[in-house]
Write a protein that binds this ligand. Structure first.
Ligand SMILES: Cc1cc2nc3c(=O)[nH]c(=O)nc-3n(C[C@H](O)[C@H](O)[C@H](O)COP(=O)(O)OP(=O)(O)OC[C@H]3O[C@@H](n4cnc5c(N)ncnc54)[C@H](O)[C@@H]3O)c2cc1C
Length: 412
């Protein structure tokens, strides 16, 4: 039976880069993929536009991966955002930078990225076995024996597991790698969603699906405490809330959810004005525009579609003139405009999250090589590794960088 130098399991960005790097170093590499094509999840990224990486510096990159972000210092240094952009440029795909340093292929098509990976895999002689779903991976002295669900056997001196996480399972990432890693003695940390929309209880939010509240201030309240989130756009959906800030902060919110059952999100419609100044402004406006109808006045602060549902929750008649509003009602409005509470009741399931936070414990992986500390010759790359990054191209860079390091070291 043919013995490969490296068997890479999973042809997402991490597995493809690992296979390319291994083969470019002269190793005989086989890439095993359960689908009949490579990069199915990659095709979905950034709505098909693929936010490939970010122009931030190394320290920002590490921050984006939270408490244990420094684990990636070597990987992001050995194969940086600039190396990734150069890699695609060398193979004919330029990239471009958009707001917040986010980098996209010039074509704005994830297919272009997948096509390059496919071409380079072919150029450097990586053998790809499609429709191969790894089921078992055994370590014999100096050799790995792999078998698929339909009992196809492969042997290799080194193995790189790059099977991704457990989100968007229809793309092939269903967590098979976690089972295999666990059977080889690894600890899998809690699998939690990263970049996930949140469920809210208030019916009026569901009714306003599709409405975006622009540049609002946001904070989270729990157990008598309040944490401020960055200002930004809040998207209302038929189940709750989403949008850049929520997706970015959802890891932290999901953690809080595990410990507290009274989570509230407070929306500040005028984050640039302090509470007292807001009170003064309302008082003056109510005096100067006393004949104005409340509904029309509130257009100054709220999207039109939001005014009626909101006034209903406050039991206020939208047709009242400003001079008919009592002091108590005005103070109630002031409070609502500065800190409208909505009740967070959960989050969409893990399968609907952008990334899986949790996976093979970083403590069991050597950050210099991506090799397992438990099993010699076994490497991990990509989302299978515990933790996750924020939105902005950081997760794809993590997949490419760890893939590069794993491929490099497995071929030594
Ligand atoms: C909708 C969406 C949009 C996203 N947008 C962005 C973005 O714009 N920028 C960004 O940085 N990140 C984005 N992400 C996250 C990013 O796509 C992932 O972090 C990245 O794809 C992880 O790469 P990976 O190679 O580790 O795993 P994956 O891309 O999940 O690839 C794993 C591969 O392993 C294969 N596999 C699984 N099990 C087996 C098995 N048993 N045998 C053989 N093969 C197997 C799978 O079929 C798959 O091809 C997005 C994610 C989603 C869901």
């Amino acid at each position: 039976m043919e013995i490969y130098d490296i068997a890479v399991i999973g042809a997402g960005p991490a597995g493809c880069m690992a296979a390319i790097q291994g083969a470019q170093n002269g190793a005989k590499v086989i890439l095993l993929e359960r689908n009949d094509k490579i990069g199915r999840k990659l095709l979905l990224t950034a709505n098909g536009r693929c936010n490939l990486t970010n122009t931030s510096n190394l320290e920002v990159f590490l921050e984006k991966f939270g408490r244990r972000g420094s684990f990636y210092r070597n990987a992001f240094s050995e194969f940086s955002n600039h190396d990734l952009m150069d890699f695609f440029k060398t193979h004919g795909l330029e990239s471009k930078e958009e707001e917040e340093g986010r980098v996209f292929p010039f074509t704005e098509r994830a297919e272009s990225v997948v096509d390059i990976l496919k071409n380079v895999l072919a150029e450097c002689g990586v053998k790809i076995l499609y429709n191969y779903r790894l089921e078992h991976l055994h370590k014999r002295p100096n050799i790995f024996k792999l078998s698929s669900t339909d009992n196809q056997l492969i042997t290799a001196h080194n193995a790189i597991i790059a099977t991704g996480g457990v989100t968007y399972g229809f793309t092939g990432s269903t967590g098979d790698g976690f089972t295999v890693a666990e059977l080889l003695g690894h600890h899998i940390t809690d699998l939690k969603p990263g970049g996930v929309p949140l469920l809210v209880r208030e019916e009026w939010v569901h009714q306003l699906k599709g409405v975006t509240l622009e540049n609002v201030g946001l904070s989270i309240g729990y157990g008598g405490k309040k944490i401020s989130l960055p200002d930004g756009n809040l998207l209302l959906t038929h189940f709750g809330i989403s949008g850049p800030v929520i997706l970015d902060m959802s890891n932290m919110i999901v953690d809080l959810m595990d410990k507290h059952d009274d989570l509230k999100l407070y929306i500040d419609f005028k984050p640039d004005i302090k509470q007292e100044a807001m009170g003064v402004q309302l008082m003056e406006d109510f005096k100067n525009h006393s004949k104005k109808i409340l509904k029309n006045y509130l257009k100054k602060y709220l999207p039109n579609s939001m005014i009626d549902p909101l006034l209903k929750t406050l039991n206020l008649d939208s047709q009242k003139k400003l001079n008919q509003i009592t002091k108590k009602e005005r103070l109630q409005l002031q409070e609502t405009l500065k800190a409208l509470p909505i009740t967070i009741s959960g989050h969409l399931p893990l399968n609907k999250a952008m990334v899986t936070c949790g996976g093979v414990s970083k403590k069991e992986i050597d950050p210099q090589t991506m090799e397992s500390k438990r099993v010699n010759g076994l490497y991990f790359a990509g989302e299978i590794i515990a933790g996750c990054g924020r939105r902005g191209g950081y997760n794809l860079q993590q997949a490419f960088s760890t893939g590069y390091v794993a491929g490099n070291n497995a071929s030594r």
